[in-house]
Design a protein around this ligand. Structure first.
Ligand SMILES: Nc1ncnc2c1ncn2[C@@H]1O[C@H](COP(=O)(O)OP(=O)(O)OP(=O)(O)O)[C@@H](O)[C@H]1O
Length: 294
C-alpha cells in the first residue's frame, strides 16, 4: 500500500463568480521512504496541495489517504516546514522546539525532553545557538530551527513548502544537503514543494511538475536517476543530470506556453536556467521570446 495517495483530488476556493478552481484531478502516490519534489509555477496551488496533505484543507472531490485512511486533520505523523520559519519570536531555539516535543511526548520527563531538544538542535548544527531568540539568528539559522522543530515531532512524513526559497544560494545549498542527510539516516517519507528544478534534482527521487492553474494538474513523473550524495558543482558535469534538467525545462516551457495564451493569469516559470540551451526544442517560438525566458 502507498504511504500517501491522492485520488482524483479537486479543490476550489470561493463561490459564484469569485470561485477559483485551484486543483483539478490530482493523482499522486508516494511510497514509504520516498523523497518526492513537486515543482510548480507561482500561484499554481502548491500550498493548497501541501495543506490538503497536512489536513488544513479538505478536497471538494476525491480522496487524500495516508496509509489507506482519509486524512481528517493535522497530526504528529506529518511534520511541516514552511517558507517563513513560523517560529514564536519570544521563545528561544530550545523553547520553540520544546513546544513541538511537549505536543507529541507530553509524558516524557524533563531530562528526556532536554535530550531530545539537544539532539535535534545538534542535527541541524545549531547547538551553539540553542538559547538564542529567532531575532538573533540569520534566515538560514531560523529555517534550520524550523526543520529541527518538524523533526523533533518524529513525523513519519516531512512536508516542506518552499522551505529554502528565501535563503541565499550558499545557505540554501548547505541546508539542502543537511535535509537530505537527515532523510538518508532514517528515510522519512518526504514531499518537497519547490520552484527550483535544481533543488528538486539534488534532493528528490522523483520530480513532478504542478502545471499552471486554474485547474492545475500534475505533470509526468521525472525519475532522478543520480547516485547520492549529489553535489551540484559535481553533477553539473553529469550527462544524466543535464538531460533530466533539460527534459523538465522543456516540459515546463511547453506547458507554460500552452497556458500563457489564456488571459486569466500571468505565469511565472519556476526557477530555471538551461545548462545546454542548444538541446531545447524551441518549436515555433520566436527569437525575441527565447531571449525573454533567459
Ligand atoms: N483560502 C483561500 N481562499 C481563496 N483563495 C485562495 C485561498 N488560498 C489560496 N487561494 C488561491 O488559490 C490559488 C493557489 O494558491 P496557493 O497558495 O496554493 O498557490 P502557490 O502555488 O502555493 O502560490 P505561491 O507560488 O505564490 O506560493 C491562488 O490563486 C490563491 O489566490
Amino acid at each position: 500500500m502507498a504511504y500517501l495517495e491522492l485520488k482524483n483530488v479537486s479543490k476550489a476556493y470561493g463561490t459564484g463568480k469569485d470561485r477559483v478552481e485551484v486543483l483539478k484531478d490530482i493523482n499522486l502516490t508516494i511510497e514509504e521512504g520516498e523523497f518526492v519534489a513537486i515543482v510548480g509555477f507561482t500561484g499554481s496551488g502548491k500550498t493548497t496541495l501541501i495543506n490538503l496533505i497536512n489536513g488544513l484543507e479538505f478536497p471538494d472531490e476525491g480522496e487524500v489517504l495516508l496509509q489507506g485512511k482519509p486524512i481528517t486533520g493535522p497530526g504528529p505523523d506529518r511534520g511541516v516546514v514552511f517558507q517563513n520559519y513560523s517560529l514564536l519570536p519570544w521563545l528561544t531555539v530550545a523553547q520553540n522546539i520544546k513546544l513541538a516535543i511537549d505536543e507529541v511526548y507530553p509524558s516524557a520527563s524533563k531530562k528526556e525532553k532536554k535530550e531530545m531538544i539537544e539532539k535535534y538542535v545538534g542535527m541541524v548544527h545549531l547547538s551553539h545557538a540553542i538559547d538564542k531568540l529567532p531575532s538573533e539568528l540569520s534566515g538560514g539559522m531560523r529555517q534550520r530551527v524550523s526543520v529541527a522543530r518538524a523533526l523533533a515531532m518524529n513525523p513519519k512524513m516531512l512536508l516542506m513548502d518552499e522551505p529554502l526559497s528565501a535563503l541565499d544560494a550558499l545557505t540554501r545549498g548547505t541546508l539542502q544537503e543537511e535535509i537530505v542527510n537527515i532523510w538518508g539516516e532514517d528515510r522519512k517519507t518526504c514531499l518537497l514543494i519547490t520552484n527550483d528544478v535544481d533543488e528538486g534534482i539534488v534532493m528528490a527521487d522523483r520530480i513532478i511538475p504542478l502545471n499552471p492553474g486554474p485547474e492545475a494538474t500534475l505533470g509526468p513523473n521525472f525519475k532522478v536517476d543520480l547516485a547520492r550524495p549529489r553535489v551540484i558543482a559535481e553533477i553539473n558535469k553529469n550527462d544524466t543530470y543535464k538531460h533530466l534538467r533539460n527534459e523538465i525545462l522543456e516540459y515546463l516551457i511547453a506547458v507554460g506556453a500552452s497556458r500563457s495564451g489564456q488571459k486569466t493569469t500571468q505565469y511565472e516559470l519556476p526557477d530555471l536556467k538551461p545548462v545546454m540551451p542548444g538541446r531545447i526544442k524551441w518549436g515555433l517560438r520566436k527569437k525575441k521570446e527565447k531571449l525573454e525566458y533567459f
